[in-house]
Write a protein that binds this ligand. Structure first.
Ligand SMILES: Cc1cc2nc3c(=O)[nH]c(=O)nc-3n(C[C@H](O)[C@H](O)[C@H](O)COP(=O)(O)O)c2cc1C
Ligand SMILES: Nc1ncnc2c1ncn2[C@@H]1O[C@H](COP(=O)(O)OP(=O)(O)OP(=O)(O)O)[C@@H](O)[C@H]1O
Length: 313
């Protein structure tokens, strides 16, 4: 995908665009509806589907609210998914306190108008401009003055509630992986590099793959999960294994900080430094502080039997 930084004034590009705008964290089913609607309006032979998105959540940049720091899909994952949904260009906005002062008029006249945009597709309730003060009505008015069509897509809801990144992140933090799966249209997945741990797992008979480079993700509720791991080669994922995931603080062994690790069912081998994607399918139990390591091992053996049964091994 072509990525264009858009901090100041944008330059013109020859091919006309259909543009979608927003954070797109999770690329959830609400976002997918926007992308599908955009494609249905496009003349695909002569137009590009482009996204205008931000480097960080505005409420993290402006108010340092922790809950907006972590993401369902860090930037490279988000761009990868958007590409799968047909986006071929991304205008990337470094969202800063200064950028947040951009008014609705400036946004449309200086940032959008020079881009050769045929139409913009946004969701119902979309807000933009300094302080998020401007609504779709203002977007329609300002864009129509510039000859840009605006399409407003009705909200995609589940159980009467708008599907939103904020509520999906909360569900992940509560370990509610089945509803997360339903609204993302795929299970919650964390992609990172296999790093070295304390090497205690193999002594206990449960060697685990420890995940590094995953600090940008929202942390699933501490506990044991059933899931899958995908091992990446240069281009894509070629091998999958069923796993038990331990996510959390490992109180039994006085672990330092939150860690995601996976025990692969039916696998033995070296995966250090590989890129892997760990998919969370189902919460199995809380993390426990055992007084004896033997009790932890007994519990892990039970987890393994439960996991194998649930996975149909
Ligand atoms: C299936 C499974 C269940 C686990 N459950 C717990 C637990 O309940 N409490 C805990 O402190 N650690 C738990 N752990 C984490 C282990 O303490 C950890 O994997 C072990 O100490 C190895 O750490 P290392 O990879 O740094 O060598 C679990 C790990 C696995 C694979
Ligand atoms: N549930 C939804 N139904 C329809 N459109 C949506 C939905 N959620 C977001 N959108 C639209 O998708 C685009 C990108 O939205 P953005 O990621 O900035 O989300 P948002 O509305 O703040 O919701 P979220 O809580 O998911 O962050 C916007 O046009 C927005 O209106």
């Amino acid at each position: 995908m072509e990525i264009i930084e858009l901090n100041e004034k944008a330059s013109n590009h020859p091919k006309a665009l259909t543009l979608v705008i927003g954070k797109f964290d999770g690329v959830h089913k609400g976002h997918q509806a926007i992308l599908q609607t955009a494609k249905s309006y496009m003349d695909e032979a002569n137009e590009l589907l482009a996204v205008m998105s931000f480097s960080a959540h505005p409420l993290w940049v402006l108010k340092q609210k922790e809950e907006f720091k972590h993401k369902l899909t860090p930037d490279n994952q988000k761009l990868h998914l958007l590409k799968q949904f047909g986006v071929s260009r991304c205008y990337w906005i470094e969202f800063t306190k200064e950028y947040a002062k951009t008014t609705a008029e400036q946004f449309v006249n200086e940032h959008l108008a020079p881009l050769h945009v045929n139409r913009i597709v946004v969701g119902e309730g979309f807000r933009f401009g300094a302080g998020g003060l401007s609504s779709t009505d203002e977007l329609i008015q300002l864009c129509n003055e510039k000859g840009i069509e605006v399409i407003v897509v009705p909200l995609v809801k589940v159980n009467g509630e708008k599907i939103s990144g904020r509520s999906i992140r909360k569900w992940v933090e509560l370990g509610l992986m089945e509803p997360v799966h339903a609204v993302l249209g795929r299970p919650f997945t964390v992609t990172g590099k296999v790093i070295h741990g304390q090497k205690m797992g193999r002594k206990l008979g449960f060697p685990t793959v420890n995940l590094g480079d995953v600090d940008d993700y929202v942390n699933p509720k501490p506990g044991v999960y059933l899931g899958q791991i995908g091992i990446h080669n240069e281009k894509d994922i070629t091998e999958y294994y069923d796993v038990l995931i331990s996510a959390g603080y490992r109180p039994t062994v006085s672990g330092k900080g939150y860690l995601i690790e996976a025990y692969l069912l039916n696998y033995s081998g070296d995966l250090y430094d590989k890129t892997v994607s760990v998919t969370f399918l189902r919460y199995m139990r809380d993390e426990v502080k055992f007084t004896e390591l033997d009790d932890l091992v007994k519990q892990m053996e039970k987890d393994k039997i439960d996991g194998e049964r649930l996975m149909g091994h």
